[in-house]
Design a protein around this ligand. Structure first.
Ligand SMILES: [Zn+2]
Ligand SMILES: [Zn+2]
Length: 276
């Protein structure tokens, strides 16, 4: 299994970081978790066409995590030679989100159907709403949904993907909680969105300080990884943006709390789990 941080940014615009999105490639399957700003460009960078997305897994409906879902839906539809359904999994509310996105795309869908003789229907999106504890499979990947805590944002989910004896845990925005521990237990790779509370506290803007209470700090991500016996912690969704040359500084903050491997960096940073 390969885990690729397609976008490592956050809502804060960055010239170099796309919005949150992570790709897991396993056994011929491409699982896309979240669809932040620029996701289709980053997929192109790793040679994955939108039509090759096997399923989209949404952690929650904050705009930074879903803003380019519309681009995934359109590109998956128009670039697919066959009318293959796009599978979208997410927490309760995902169906309404997809329906509203399709409504927003209605003009474009009509233009393309009118113009292309071989297109006679709009995007076919199969949306499944999940509860914590639900499990399903895509190809030979076994996936389970787990409760996370991004309160007052509710509901939110993390995804555990098991394939070939390897385990990848993908948490969205969350503070440490029992569901997160269960999600990460014994994972080879744990991907966590993080903030630097020491830096955020210094910004004289209450709206930014507000985010401190519903994200994992770098230390907390490391502590979760240690508690769960994780092999590799991948940090992403850096708030504030991780600046060039700062990787070691961020790693040193996590290091006292976690004895495993710590991975962070630019968009397209990746890590792998060998088949066991
Ligand atoms: Zn969020
Ligand atoms: Zn976020």
């Amino acid at each position: 299994m390969d885990v690729i941080l397609l976008g490592t940014g956050s809502p804060i615009p960055s010239p170099n970081r796309a919005g949150p999105a992570t790709l897991v490639r396993a056994g011929g399957v491409n699982l896309l978790t979240d669809c932040g700003r620029g996701v289709v460009m980053r997929l192109a960078a790793v040679g994955v066409a939108p039509a090759a997305i096997s399923a989209v897994l949404l952690t929650h409906m904050h705009s930074d995590h879903i803003t380019d879902l519309n681009d995934i839906i359109t590109s998956h539809w128009v670039m697919n030679p066959a009318p293959v359904p796009l599978k979208v999994f997410g927490p309760k509310g995902a169906k309404a989100l997809v329906e509203a996105t399709l409504a927003m795309l209605a003009f474009d869908v009509k233009y393309r159907i009118d113009h292309h003789a071989d297109l006679n229907a709009g995007p076919n999106v199969e949306t499944t709403e999940l509860e914590p504890g639900d499990s399903f499979s895509v190809g030979d990947c076994a996936i389970s949904a787990h409760q996370t805590d991004h309160s007052p944002v509710f509901p939110t989910l993390g995804y555990r993907i098991e394939q070939g004896g390897g385990v990848v845990a993908l948490a969205g925005d969350t503070v440490p909680c029992p569901g997160l521990d269960e999600l990460c237990k014994g994972a080879d790779i744990y991907v966590q969105t993080v903030i630097r509370d020491d830096l955020v506290r210094r910004v004289p803007m209450q709206r930014l300080k507000d985010i401190l209470d519903y994200h994992s700090t770098v230390e907390q991500a490391a502590q979760t990884a240690q508690r769960a016996g994780v092999r590799t912690l991948m940090m992403t969704h850096y708030v504030p943006n991780l600046m060039p040359g700062q990787e070691e500084q961020w790693r040193e903050i996590a290091r006292p709390h976690f004895t495993g491997e710590i991975v962070l960096g630019d968009d397209l940073t990746s890590s792998s789990v060998a088949a066991k």
